[in-house]
Design a protein around this ligand. Structure first.
Ligand SMILES: *Cc1c(COP(=O)(O)O)cnc(C)c1O
Length: 420
C-alpha cells in the first residue's frame, strides 16, 4: 500500500533541472550518434579528474561496474576473497559466479565499514582480494587496509556507490585502492538518467581490458600472428574489422565480453550532474549536521561517526539506538509522524544465497547486532525542502523525547546558556 509521507525517503537522490534539459535538447537536435560519441569520453575524463584516478570507464550500472571490476581480480578456483557483509547485495553477488571462498569480515560499530582490525585474522596465503564499501558515503579506514593489502599481496576493490563527494585524507574514494566502482542509479549522489555506473583505476592494462569487455570484445590476451592459413580473409577497403580479426590470435581467453555502453544521453546528463555535486553534497551535509545535533542531545542514540581525517558524503544518514526496543519504537514514532524510514542493508552473509554457501548467523556478530537491534537510516537527500528538513528535525526530536520518558532534551545552545 502506498502512503504519502510528509518527509519521504527520497524518490530521487539528486536534482535535475534546466541544465539537464538543455543538454538533452541539444543532443536530440544534433545529427550525431546517440552511442559512442564524444559525450561519453568527456564525462569519463571529467569523472577521472574529479576522483583523481588515471582511468574512468563508464558502464550501464553500478552492478555491471562491479561485475567487470571483479573480473580484473583474475580469481582462480580456491582463491579467497575478504568482503564486507554490510552492503547492498550487488557488491558481493558477482562472487557467486566464481568458485572462491568468501570470508565475510565483521564491521566497525561506529562506521559500519569493514573493520580494519578484524581483517588480518582472515588473511591466508589464498587471499586474493578484499571488497569493501564506503557505507553511506562514510570513508573506510583505507590506510590500515591498504597497508595490509600491500604487506600480504592482495588486491582491494572499493565500492564507491555511496561515496561520490567524500574525502579521505584529502583524496577521493575511487582513487584509494586498486580498482573502484560507482553507481549513477536514480537514488545515488549523481544520476545518469536513472541507471549508470563507472569503474576507475590507474592500471593501463585493466583500462584496456575493461574497455574491451564493455564493448562486446572478449577479455583475452591477444597476440599478433600471421594471417590464418586455414581461412582466406576477404579484405575490402570498407571492411574495417577484417584485418585485425584475421591477424590476431588469442593466447589466453579469460571471459566473454558484453555490451555495457553508456548512452550519449546518459553521459551528457552525468556531466551536468557532476557539476552539481558540490551543491547537492553540501545540502546532504547540512541536513546531516542538523540531525546530528538532535541525536547528540539524547544519551541512548548515537550517530555514525566518520574517521576524523575524512569527509562523509551522506548518501545515507545513519544512527544507532542502544537497544532493539528503542530502535523499533523510534522507527514507529517517526513513521507515525510521517517520516519514511528505511533500513539498509540486511547482512549479506545471512541472505539465502550465502547461507546456501555455508555462511551462518554468528559469523559477523557486530554486523548482526547493529542490524537486528540498533541500526536506523533517516531521510537525507537534496530534494528535501527546507520546511521538510525542519519537520524532520522536529519529528526526530519529538520521537526521541517520547522515548526519553516524554522529556525533551534541552537544546545544546540552551544548555550552554544555563551553564554560564
Ligand atoms: C546502488 C548500489 C550498487 C549497485 O548499483 P546499481 O547502479 O544500482 O546497479 C552497488 N553497491 C552499492 C553499495 C549500492 O548502493
Amino acid at each position: 500500500m502506498d502512503r504519502s509521507y510528509v518527509v519521504p525517503w527520497g524518490k530521487r537522490g539528486s536534482i535535475l533541472a534546466e541544465a539537464e534539459v538543455a543538454v538533452l535538447t541539444e543532443l536530440i537536435h544534433e545529427d550525431t550518434p546517440l552511442s559512442m560519441g564524444g559525450r561519453r569520453e568527456r564525462f569519463e575524463r571529467s569523472f577521472a579528474g574529479t576522483v583523481g584516478s588515471k582511468h574512468a570507464i563508464s558502464v550501464t550500472s553500478g552492478t555491471v561496474a562491479l561485475e567487470l571490476a571483479i573480473r580484473m581480480l583474475d580469481l582462480e578456483p580456491g582463491d579467497e576473497v575478504i568482503a564486507t557483509p554490510q552492503t547492498y547485495q550487488a557488491t558481493v553477488q558477482p562472487l557467486l559466479d566464481y568458485d572462491v571462498r568468501v570470508r565475510f569480515c565483521d564491521i566497525d560499530p561506529d562506521t559500519l565499514n569493514i573493520d580494519a582490525s578484524a581483517v588480518e585474522a582472515l588473511i591466508t596465503p589464498r587471499t586474493k582480494a578484499l571488497l569493501l564499501v564506503h557505507y553511506g558515503g562514510c570513508p573506510a579506514e583505507m590506510d590500515a587496509i591498504m597497508a595490509l593489502a600491500r604487506r600480504h599481496g592482495f588486491l582491494v576493490l572499493e565500492d564507491c556507490a555511496h561515496a561520490l563527494g567524500a574525502r579521505y585524507r584529502g583524496r577521493a574514494p575511487g582513487s584509494l585502492a586498486d580498482i573502484a566502482t560507482f553507481s549513477f542509479q536514480n537514488a545515488k549522489n549523481i544520476t545518469t538518467l536513472g541507471e549508470g555506473g563507472m569503474v576507475t583505476c590507474d592500471r593501463d592494462d585493466w583500462a584496456v581490458r575493461l574497455d574491451r569487455l564493455r564493448s562486446n570484445d572478449i577479455d583475452a590476451e591477444i597476440v599478433r600472428s600471421d594471417l590464418s592459413d586455414t581461412v582466406e580473409p576477404i579484405v575490402l577497403p570498407w571492411m574495417k574489422y577484417a584485418t585485425p580479426v584475421y591477424s590476431d590470435s588469442v593466447r589466453r581467453l579469460r571471459r566473454a565480453g558484453t555490451n555495457a555502453t553508456m548512452s550519449e544521453a546518459a553521459a551528457a546528463v552525468g556531466q551536468v550532474q557532476l557539476g552539481r555535486l558540490a551543491a547537492t553534497g553540501a545540502t546532504r551535509r547540512a541536513i546531516a549536521a542538523r540531525l546530528d545535533e538532535v541525536i547528540s542531545r539524547y544519551p541512548f542514540v548515537r550517530p555514525q561517526s566518520a574517521p576524523a581525517h575524512s569527509e562523509h558524503a551522506y548518501h545515507l544518514y545513519t544512527c544507532f539506538a542502544d537497544r532493539q526496543e528503542l530502535r523499533d519504537q523510534l522507527v514507529l514514532g517517526l513513521d507515525r509522524r510521517g517520516v519514511e524510514i528505511q533500513l539498509r542493508y540486511f547482512p549479506q552473509h545471512l541472505l539465502p544465497e550465502w547461507r546456501h554457501r555455508g555462511h551462518l548467523r554468528g559469523e559477523c556478530p557486530v554486523a548482526e547486532r547493529l542490524w537486528f537491534d540498533q541500526h536506523l537510516n533517516l531521510p537525507c537527500h537534496p530534494r528535501l525542502t527546507p520546511s521538510q528538513v525542519d519537520y524532520l528535525v522536529d519529528a526526530l526530536d519529538e520521537s526521541l523525547a517520547e522515548l526519553n520518558g516524554g522529556a525533551a532534551a534541552p537544546l545544546a545552545s540552551a544548555a550552554a546558556d544555563l551553564g554560564r
